[in-house]
Design a protein around this ligand. Structure first.
Ligand SMILES: Nc1ncnc2c1ncn2[C@@H]1O[C@H](COP(=O)(O)OP(=O)(O)OP(=O)(O)O)[C@@H](O)[C@H]1O
Length: 348
């Protein structure tokens, strides 16, 4: 931060700036020159078909992977900036104040619900215990830290309506409750950026709606910025301020939910469209008066897909549990599908 930058200017900075991120696994390019921003206080969703690179982006942000290239800048409320690609993962949590949840639930199922939230506060507790000695002596500073940690844990248990189950093993909770407990556990570290990897996976519509309320409440009450990977469009479209769409490690769209939702590129990529389906449509609209048959075909596919999404959402309201949508288009077909959209470029 420059010396003349004021606190209010800092508040306007994006909390996270990803610049030219790339991640290769051997010959596989999982992320290719990706740039995006998450604004402070926003709920930003990263969406895209299976294998698009969403979790890889999260793993780079949270220090699980060291990116092959690019910069990830986290700006704290105080104005301190952290280059996440240079920090070990524990410092990303404790210094940069980034917390995350995983696609697969990772609670300590044998510990109680309350203990899971206390374990998340292990660091301040250890510090105040003088790394055990002061704790053994039962000094007031340690007792105070224990009381504060328990109070924070109880606050989050109230928020997620699990206070009555505080002493039950976490593994005994229903799936949806375990998902909310994971979010509460992440919140116990007082993050400024909360990264949630598919928090609605496996939830039924009622649980998804509780999740939406919880995330909006977290944002409202704590001002925490949220970065979300999610396949459940009901969650994404309802609560996100900003949506970034990836396909094959590249950004294909970026904007407000309604803009992204109607972007033909997104619909074709996210829902998956077979090559033959595009080719047939192009043939249908390839009349002399049509300037660009490919655009017309994609627009028509987009319209059909929007209807399909609406029908799926309506069906999901009566069905449970929800399953992650499978992608129709196999990865190997992507390049040819893109070519098929522009026959004027490819076939002439
Ligand atoms: N550790 C790894 N080693 C090798 N390849 C990997 C590794 N992690 C991810 N990949 C590959 O990188 C690509 C992107 O995977 P990633 O898990 O980030 O996608 P995703 O968008 O999160 O998918 P999903 O929606 O299915 O979770 C995939 O081709 C995947 O196989």
């Amino acid at each position: 931060m420059s010396a003349v930058q004021t606190m209010s200017e800092t508040a306007m900075d994006p909390i996270l700036k990803v610049e030219h991120l790339s991640m290769k696994f051997g010959g596989l390019i999982a992320i290719n020159d990706l740039s995006l921003e998450a604004k402070r206080g926003d709920i930003t969703a990263i969406i895209g078909p299976n294998g698009a690179g969403k979790t890889t982006v999260f793993n780079c942000i949270t220090g699980f992977y060291k990116p092959t290239g690019g910069m990830l800048t986290l700006t704290r409320k105080t104005g301190e900036k952290y280059l996440l690609e240079r920090l070990p993962d524990f410092q990303i949590t404790h210094k940069a104040k980034v917390a995350r949840t995983f696609q697969n639930i990772r609670l300590f199922s044998g510990l109680t619900v309350l203990e899971n939230l206390l374990v998340a506060q292990h660091n301040p507790l250890m510090k105040s215990s003088g790394y055990t000695i002061l704790g053994l002596l039962g000094l007031p500073a340690y007792k105070r830290a224990v009381a504060e940690s328990t109070e924070k844990a109880r606050y989050w248990l109230e928020k997620i309506n699990l206070i009555d189950r505080a002493d039950d093993p976490a593994g005994d909770l229903p799936y949806g409750d375990q998902r909310r407990l994971e979010i509460a556990r992440a919140m116990c570290t007082d993050p400024e950026l909360l990264c949630l990897d598919e928090p609605a996976a496996g939830l039924n519509p009622r649980e998804s709606s509780q999740l939406n309320e919880l995330l909006l409440d977290i944002r409202r009450e704590t001002g925490t910025s949220i970065l979300l990977i999610e396949h459940d469009m009901a969650v994404v479209m309802e609560i996100s301020d900003h949506v970034v769409v990836l396909e094959y490690g590249t950004k294909i769209s970026d904007g407000k939910p309604e803009e992204v939702r109607n972007d033909p590129k997104v619909i074709a990529a996210y829902l998956g469209v077979e090559d033959e389906e595009i080719a047939e449509l192009i043939e249908e609209v390839d009349a002399p008066h049509v300037a660009d048959p490919a655009d017309v075909a994609v627009a028509q596919l987009a319209k059909e897909a929007v209807t399909e999404i609406a029908q799926e959402e309506a069906a999901a309201k009566v069905e449970e549990p929800k399953v992650k949508p499978a992608r129709k288009k196999p990865a190997a077909k992507s390049a040819s599908a893109t070519r098929a959209k522009k026959p004027s470029e490819g076939s002439k």
